[in-house]
Design a protein around this ligand. Structure first.
Ligand code: DX5
Ligand code: ZN
Length: 213
């Protein structure tokens, strides 16, 4: 699968409607929403009041990436956005199995994100419960950082784990994605690429989405 999820973090917050309409009319598969709390990551982005408004006009499935502590407290609020995917960080969940169950009970797909230093092997006993694994290819918190090359090795490790355990999880990559590395990432086994600054800083964002695909 070759999917693209543009990240709203790099959109023009003074004119979100314009950027969401662009996404609606583009070949984007999902809209990626980066929630930051200033605790789990050293930055704060946006929260539920903004995402609620976004959800009213966005026709693409919402892919909610929670870079926050205690994400299990927000399952109902994410579900109230009519989100497609709720994605929590491995590093932020003490009872990850329970959190994944809660997400599924609330009729959303469940994703788990690994920071660049967190080994794929830690997913051994949860991977069959997941719909998606997101490998961070930058340290989360900011758009526009450079891609960490060790991600290719982690994609290979994750692909091996998914096949060996017969998991249905998709592989998503987030951070520093552009037309320079998209083909190599898909070839390595990625299914969904998140792209923030590459899409929204482009003079022709719709075409940037096509170029990634
Ligand atoms: C980083 C976020 C990313 C970010 C990607 O913490 O999780 O989704 O928006 O931005 P780029 O594509 O600019 O690296
Ligand atoms: Zn993200």
């Amino acid at each position: 699968m070759r999917m693209v999820a543009p990240s709203l973090l790099s959109a023009n917050f003074l004119d979100l409607r314009v950027d969401i309409e662009m996404i609606n009319n583009s070949q984007a598969d999902w809209l990626h929403l980066d929630v930051m709390d200033g605790v789990f990551v050293p930055n704060i982005s946006f929260g539920f009041p903004i995402m609620k408004q976004v959800s009213k006009i966005c026709i693409k499935p919402l892919d909610v990436h929670l870079m926050i502590v205690e994400p299990q407290k927000f399952v109902k609020q994410v579900r109230d956005l009519n989100a497609y995917m709720m994605n929590v960080h491995y590093e932020a969940c003490t009872h990850l199995n329970r959190t994944i169950q809660e997400i599924h009970k609330n009729e959303m797909k469940a994703g788990v994100t690994l920071n660049p230093h967190t080994p794929v092997a830690l997913l051994e006993d949860i991977v069959t419960d997941l719909d998606l694994v997101l490998l961070m290819s930058v340290n989360p918190g900011f758009a526009g950082q450079s891609f960490i090359k060790n991600t290719y090795k982690k994609i290979r490790d994750l692909k091996e784990l998914i096949l060996r355990r017969n998991s249905k999880a998709l592989i998503q990559i987030d951070g520093g994605v552009s037309d320079q590395n998209a083909a190599a990432l898909y070839d390595a086994g990625a299914d969904v690429l998140v792209a923030g600054s590459y899409v929204f800083n482009s003079p022709d964002p719709k075409n940037a989405i096509i170029r990634i695909k």
